[in-house]
Design a protein around this ligand. Structure first.
Ligand SMILES: [Zn+2]
Length: 67
């Protein structure tokens, strides 16, 4: 089936029986992201996770110092 990336409007052909195709058919509002946009989003998410972990670590460290 043909799918259009919501970010850059690139049209890609994906396997009709792939998990992605199944998801898109089941949910009409499901947004498709092409490979490069997916990578970009993943990197941003990982960055955010890394920052979150760093903050958690900092908070924990402060607690330890108080004890
Ligand atoms: Zn894209």
């Amino acid at each position: 089936m043909q799918v259009k990336c919501v970010l850059c409007d690139v049209v890609e052909n994906i396997d009709d029986y792939s998990l992605e195709a199944k998801r898109l058919r089941n949910r009409k509002t499901h947004m498709y992201l092409c490979g490069s946009c997916n990578e970009r989003i993943k990197e941003k998410t990982l960055d955010r996770h890394a920052t979150g972990k760093f903050r958690l670590f900092e908070e924990k460290k402060k607690e330890d110092e108080l004890i």
